[in-house]
Design a protein around this ligand. Structure first.
Ligand code: NDP
Ligand code: HSE
Length: 424
């Protein structure tokens, strides 16, 4: 059987995981897929990661040019992360006729529109199953299992680090900082964890998933994004009392020409399946107009789950012809589509006020004046002479809630608006 030579650029968590699978399961892949895949080079800053991983340091390649120039290398895995030099290296590989398999959602969300034409021009593939939802084959499902259905929604938990942090805070009472440090130690977090906690990583992934789901470019820059940095232990306690968990959700919807795409923390009812998705696990719902709701669940980050998605793409790339996306991938929203900014949601609002008669009714009046209807209210003990008031609202327009909060913030009796979190 002919050896199929490939290379890996970036030998950290994911690159190492992919290498493990390719070597440990090499015979199995030969037997089941008819492909004998050999890693010929590994590019990194030095050979130190290879030595640390117990890999023959002679595989180390210091230069992308040398890698691109080797005609034996058919395909390159990019697991370096970041935009540059990853983008430049990928372009070099595509221009040299090598297919690329990447886990880099940031690069893809920002540069898909430039990379795909280069791949097409050189008749090679750009594969990215590992870029979204770790080991869960949701990109494959979107491309190969939903052709007959119009996908109306793609939503769920698509960032492992934030789900890990929120789960640790919720279940073990860990502080935000300690939970983040543990996620970093376990290799889930991005090199700059602001990408995770700020919701950027989820927005990159939502841009990719929503584009594929809705057959139109959903630009990353248009996605509403809010991270988990301001979620407090108090919010989690209030959520529990009201029967909810807090999760960072990514939500994409298409209704005719209306597209909605947003990433933000959300109260999720305890009896909703997403509420029990814990740790670095992810879960994504795809709603088709005929198949209904399908939920995809599994490890959303980590060396071997993500490595598994990489290897699956390597096998697909080496075994067949490249497939490109089926829409005008210009990087811009199609002119005939509207991006819905004033979306509708339930809201949790937490306000600290003077503990005086009439204050609660003033808050309720402001909400009512803006057509925001209260579903539940509770008063939580607070410091002397103040009270913390918590509201859950029925579904309301985002702009109406924002306007209410502006007015509430100006009331003399209001000490602080402590939190506002949307409700699924
Ligand atoms: P790591 O930081 O663990 O690995 C990246 C490796 O690439 C490191 O060894 C790094 O070296 C090396 N590298 C970075 N820049 C360069 C460069 N300019 N030249 C040579 N080597 C370089 O990252 P991960 O494996 O966690 O992530 C890699 C990619 O996979 C990212 O795009 C990430 O978003 C994505 N991903 C990660 C998942 C995870 O669970 N970790 C899951 C799904 C996707 P150094 O450490 O010295 O910078
Ligand atoms: N940092 C990412 C996460 C890695 O935590 O989900 C997987 O894409």
């Amino acid at each position: 059987m002919k050896k199929r030579k490939i290379a890996i650029m970036g030998f950290g968590t994911v690159g190492g995981g992919a290498y493990d699978i390719l070597t440990k399961n090499r015979e199995y892949i030969k037997a089941t897929q008819g492909l004998d895949i050999e890693v010929k080079y590994i590019l990194d800053r030095s050979d130190a990661p290879l030595k640390k991983h117990g890999v023959d340091p002679s595989l180390f390649c210091p230069s992308a040019d040398a890698l691109a120039a080797d005609p034996e290398v058919e395909l390159v895995i990019e697991t370096m992360g970041g935009v540059e030099p990853a983008r430049g290296f990928i372009v070099k590989m595509l221009e040299a006729g090598k297919s690329v398999v990447t886990a880099n959602k940031e690069l893809l969300a920002k540069s898909w529109a430039q990379l795909e034409p280069i791949a097409k021009a050189h008749d090679c593939g750009l594969f990215f199953e590992a870029s979204c939802v770790g080991g869960v084959p949701v990109i494959r499902a979107l491309g190969e299992s939903f052709q007959g259905d119009k996908v109306q929604a793609v939503y769920g938990i698509i960032n492992g680090t934030t789900n890990f942090i929120l789960s640790k805070m919720s279940k073990e009472g860990l502080s935000y900082a300690d939970a983040l440090a543990e996620a970093q130690r376990l290799g889930f977090a991005e090199a700059d964890p602001v990408s995770d906690v700020g919701g950027y990583d989820a927005a990159y992934k939502l841009s990719i998933l929503a584009s594929l789901a809705f057959h139109t470019c959903v630009p990353y820059a248009d996605i509403f994004r809010e991270g988990i940095e301001s979620v407090t232990a108090n919010d989690i306690k209030n959520a529990h009392e009201l029967g909810y968990e807090i999760k960072l959700l990514a939500i994409g919807k298409r209704d005719g020409n209306d597209i909605e795409a947003r990433v933000h923390p959300a109260f999720v009812p305890m009896d909703h399946p997403l509420a029990s998705v814990s740790g670095a696990f992810n879960a994504v719902y795809l709603t088709g107009d005929h198949v209904g709701d399908l939920m995809f669940y599994g490890a959303g980050a980590g060396a071997h789950p993500t490595g598994s998605a990489i290897v699956s793409d390597v096998i697909k790339a080496l075994g067949g012809s490249p497939k490109y996306c089926d829409f005008d991938n210009s990087g811009k929203l199609d002119k005939k589509l509207n991006f819905v900014g004033d979306f509708v949601s339930g809201y949790y609002i937490c306000v600290t006020v003077d503990d005086k008669p009439g204050v609660l009714s003033r808050l309720a009046t402001v909400l009512g004046d803006n057509s925001v209807s209260i579903k539940a209210a509770m008063q939580v003990p607070s410091a002397a002479d103040t009270a913390t008031v918590v509201f859950l609202t029925h579904r309301a327009h985002e702009k109406s809630v924002m306007k209410s909060l502006e007015t509430i913030g100006r009331l003399a009796a209001v000490k602080s608006i402590d939190s506002m979190i949307r409700v699924l």
